[in-house]
Design a protein. Structure first.
Length: 323
């Protein structure tokens, strides 16, 4: 459909130009009557020259980048075509200077105009191609960044289910259902650019519930959530990067605080955890946050803020304007 519109616009431009050009040539600059005017005969030759240039010469010389040689050929065609008009069609018997000053414009105007039109549409096509490549690159990069979600979470959850199957078999079916929902979210729903906020929050809730069971007696988890409305959409698997880092890089016998708020279309995630001050943040942790910032830049551009603090505790604050 886009291609059809582009071709139709080109055809319309060509038709309008030729109509205006013929009108100006016959009624404003011609001393001849319609029947006697040699310009009407020359017009056929001029059309051939213009479209020879449009479809053959311009594409060939631009592709080969022979710009100087093209200018020479362009000038030669204009000169000889004007001479042909003067001495073969109009038979004016005028001098070379008089011929060029009076009639050269009739050859140059359509050649220059349609050369400009050709280059303009070529530039538009190249820009569209660049945008297409950028979009494809962004989509590939997003898919790659999503794939960086660490698979060890799945193994930890399976180990938790296995231990519960031995010790608390009555609670195991619910855990399996939670894991099934999370796998569905990661494998299928996360392929979309955005998902319903409610689905993402269910995924986060299930993840934190597993972590509470897995780290029971080792870490204290304070998780709060306050959402004024669920009629929003969010890029999938953004929040989990920050939350997962808190569990992976916190020390034993520590407190992990996670607070999620959604008010007036803005989401705020605050995540804090104790860390080993001597070791600082690990390279893996920094990579995770850098990947997150790349995704935010691709999908939210100027609609987010990411702040990281490393003082007594490791603290990450993320603000997103939701869709």
């Amino acid at each position: 459909m886009v291609i059809i519109k582009k071709h139709m616009s080109q055809i319309l431009v060509h038709i309008l130009f030729w109509m205006l050009f013929v009108f100006v040539s016959l009624f404003l600059f011609s001393n001849y009557y319609w029947r006697e005017n040699p310009f009407l005969q020359y017009l056929v030759l001029l059309v051939v020259i213009v479209y020879l240039n449009h479809f053959l010469l311009l594409p060939f010389f631009v592709k080969k980048k022979l710009y100087v040689f093209y200018i020479f050929v362009f000038a030669a065609i204009s000169f000889f075509a004007t001479q042909l008009y003067c001495y073969a069609f109009a038979q004016c018997g005028c001098s070379l200077y008089k011929c060029l000053s009076d009639y050269l414009w009739q050859t140059l105007v359509p050649l220059i105009f349609f050369s400009f039109v050709w280059m303009l549409y070529r530039f538009i096509d190249e820009q569209q191609e660049v945008e297409k490549v950028k979009k494809e690159h962004s989509e590939m990069e997003l898919k790659f960044l999503k794939s960086q979600i660490n698979p060890h979470v799945l193994f930890n959850n399976l180990n938790t289910i296995y231990s519960y199957a031995l010790e608390k078999p009555d609670e195991t079916p619910e855990l399996i259902l939670m894991l099934s929902n999370n796998l569905k979210h990661v494998l299928y729903e996360s392929n979309e650019n955005v998902v319903a906020l409610e689905k993402e929050m269910v995924f986060i809730d299930n993840y934190i519930q597993f972590q509470k069971l897995r780290t029971e007696g080792v870490k204290t988890i304070n998780y709060t959530q306050k959402i004024d409305a669920y009629n929003h959409r969010i890029a999938p698997l953004l929040l989990i990067t920050i939350i997962e880092n808190a569990f992976k890089h916190s020390v034993l016998n520590s407190v992990i605080s996670i607070d999620i708020k959604v008010e007036n279309g803005q989401l705020k995630l605050t995540c804090e955890n104790d860390f080993d001050v001597l070791k600082g943040s690990t390279a893996q942790q920094n990579i995770g946050l850098k990947n997150l910032e790349k995704r935010l830049g691709l999908q939210y551009k100027n609609n987010y803020q990411l702040k990281v603090e490393k003082k007594e505790r490791f603290k990450v604050i993320l603000l997103i304007n939701l869709q």
